[in-house]
Ligand binder design. Structure first.
Ligand code: HEC
Ligand code: HEC
Ligand code: HEC
Ligand code: HEC
Ligand code: HEC
Ligand code: HEC
Length: 428
């Protein structure tokens, strides 16, 4: 009788655990991450750091309450919020250069926006591979149930189950023995835990099967998420094809193509530092002080924007007007934790701009042509040979490698052989 009872409560416990997991899957803000990456990540980080837009860490705490409602309105159409005279929106814009630089997202559904807000409020912790990265905000982490890793939930459930089973075992054992005593039988010795588990599993095959399926499913789900993060499925998740509308219709085709202006004339730190750099308006003025319009319709309007930015007065020919720095929208963006160095690739590695950026000389609007995922970096490091000949930096290494691989003529010294696959080289 008592045996039957313990069986029954265990069964309903398993049922509850199953339902709980099924439910928490439904809540997971996975879609939010994807929508954010596709639409927002170009301008926003989820930390305190500013890109084009403010860092979104803790944003729900600073916008006017009720935060979710305000955020939903803002994301959908920030112009409307600003036009409504919202004081917070006004300060936001004036703190960000005075021009409303955020895109409208009318095309996102209410559900998309809900998932997005849940994700922004509760972003995933930074990857463990990054040494010294700040830990995720623990308080925020606990706020939304769906954000807790299901594997921790399962571990917790297993521990609780073990405790309950242990308690039930000893209750049953003492009940058994008091029954035996009362009818004058001998007390039975306690079974080991292993024996008991075996006996229990044999009696509950179907339940055990269901449990194994749940665990296998969760395992698969976490592998899937891990691959997703690493950009293995980069065809879906990449920003490839991104070509934002810029504050001035600047054409690489006209400048670098038709007029053959060298890339380095404008991106003048590309050979000296990790950043290629975007030219300041002074560089545009070198030529556009005299080129005020072209044969193309509307060109004087676009060139006029250069003057407005530089504070150049076409009537007086002097810089006597207020300046308005241009806010170019970044096309290529790597996450914060990745280190990429232009001069190492362009000067030392002798890589062409076009290999990574496509042929800008043909583009009227700059566009991201490559995925910029980890897989992309690594594939190139695996197949590209290091340019060693005639390179003082590598002369010594080259000699040593030649010695090491003497007789193996087909050996290629690709970037991976000099450490180009080490996590620490690309990650802070
Ligand atoms: C083109 C750049 C750009 C994109 C894309 C963009 N934002 Fe913004 N965002 C901004 C700027 C700039 C501001 C500051 C206000 C302003 O100047 O319009 C801002 C402000 C915000 C704020 C208020 C921040 C605060 O400190 O109160 C939130 C929230 C926000 N954006 C969310 C999003 C979300 C979510 C997406 C994606 C759906 C997104 N943004 C896409 C540029 C962008
Ligand atoms: C006359 C100046 C000028 C020249 C010459 C020029 N660029 Fe640019 N480039 C710009 C400006 C301004 C931007 C920012 C606006 C934009 O993205 O279109 C830019 C943006 C870019 C971007 C995108 C940057 C981002 O935000 O991720 C790449 C890549 C780039 N240039 C590569 C090149 C290459 C390669 C060449 C030579 C073939 C070149 N540029 C020649 C001015 C120039
Ligand atoms: C080295 C000289 C040079 C520099 C520097 C330069 N431009 Fe130009 N720009 C030109 C020339 C040449 C033309 C084409 C003139 C023509 O076709 O008559 C042009 C044309 C333009 C046009 C008109 C395009 C059209 O539709 O006809 C715009 C807009 C423009 N440039 C923006 C910029 C901006 C923004 C910068 C700074 C980032 C810049 N330029 C830097 C030489 C330059
Ligand atoms: C090996 C690949 C690779 C090569 C070669 C390369 N770039 Fe880049 N470039 C990148 C990546 C990756 C980024 C994004 C960097 C980031 O977000 O930190 C970038 C960003 C840029 C930017 C945006 C501003 C910046 O500094 O982040 C410009 C402009 C640019 N590249 C121009 C050039 C020019 C010009 C050349 C050739 C002289 C060149 N790149 C060669 C990979 C490359
Ligand atoms: C087009 C091929 C190509 C792509 C794409 C590429 N790299 Fe490289 N990378 C090279 C070459 C070639 C070198 C060797 C340069 C040298 O000789 O030091 C190199 C070297 C490096 C190094 C130095 C390795 C060392 O051992 O010193 C780092 C770090 C690096 N790359 C990071 C990146 C990152 C991050 C990305 C992706 C955003 C990337 N690379 C994409 C070709 C590439
Ligand atoms: C050649 C450069 C390179 C090397 C080597 C490299 N990574 Fe990455 N890694 C990247 C880039 C670039 C990204 C960003 C990909 C993206 O945004 O889609 C990235 C992303 C990641 C992410 C995902 C973080 C996120 O924001 O989703 C993790 C985790 C990661 N790397 C771990 C590692 C580990 C562990 C190693 C060593 C085995 C390693 N990486 C080696 C370039 C590299």
């Amino acid at each position: 009788m008592h045996n039957h009872m313990s069986h029954f409560s265990l069964k309903s416990l398993f049922g509850a655990v199953f339902l709980f997991f099924a439910f928490s899957f439904g809540l997971k803000a996975q879609d939010g991450a994807k929508i954010f990456k596709q639409n927002c990540a170009v301008c926003h980080l989820l930390t305190d750091q500013k890109l084009t837009g403010p860092g979104l860490a803790g944003v729900a705490g600073r916008v006017p309450p009720p935060a979710d409602e305000w955020l939903a309105k803002w994301i959908k159409n920030n112009n409307k919020v600003i036009a409504s005279g919202d004081a917070y929106a006004k300060t936001l814009v004036s703190n960000n250069g005075g021009v409303d630089a955020m895109t409208e997202f009318e095309f996102l559904s209410d559900d998309d926006i809900k998932a997005l807000i849940a994700y922004v409020k509760n972003p995933p912790p930074p990857p463990t591979a990054v040494a010294g990265a700040p830990a995720a905000d623990g308080e925020q982490q606990a706020e939304v149930k769906g954000g807790i890793d299901p594997l921790y939930l399962i571990l917790g459930a297993v521990v609780i189950l073990a405790i309950i089973i242990g308690a039930l075992r000893s209750v049953r054992h003492s009940l058994n023995n008091s029954y035996n005593r009362s009818v004058g039988k001998d007390e039975i010795p306690e079974m080991t835990f292993g024996q008991e588990v075996k006996q229990w599993m044999a009696g509950h095959r179907r339940l055990v099967g269901v449990f194994i399926i749940i665990i296998a499913f969760m395992g698969m789900k976490s592998c899937w998420n891990a691959c997703y993060d690493l950009g293995v499925y980069y065809d879906w998740t990449t920003q490839k094809g991104y070509k934002p509308e810029q504050p001035i219709k600047f054409s690489h085709k006209i400048h670098a193509g038709d007029n053959e202006i060298a890339c380095q004339y404008c991106h003048n730190s590309v050979e000296k530092s990790r950043h290629a750099g975007i030219p300041t308006v002074n560089i545009c003025m070198n030529c556009h002080k005299s080129i005020q319009k072209t044969a193309n319709a509307g060109s004087e309007v676009e060139i006029g924007k250069i003057y407005a930015a530089a504070g150049f007065n076409t009537k007086t020919g002097n810089y006597d007007l207020p300046q308005n720095p241009l806010k170019w929208i970044k096309v290529h963006t790597l996450p914060d934790h990745v280190y990429f160095n232009h001069s190492q690739h362009v000067v030392v590695g002798k890589q062409e701009c076009a290999t990574c950026h496509g042929d800008l000389k043909k583009m009227t609007v700059a566009e991201q042509k490559t995925p910029l995922t980890m897989k992309w970096c690594i594939e190139c490091h695996r197949k590209t040979e290091v340019a060693m000949e005639g390179n003082a930096y590598y002369d010594k290494m080259h000699k040593a490698l030649k010695e090491k691989y003497k007789g193996q003529y087909d050996v290629k010294f690709t970037v991976d052989k000099i450490g180009g696959l080490e996590c620490g080289k690309c990650h802070y």
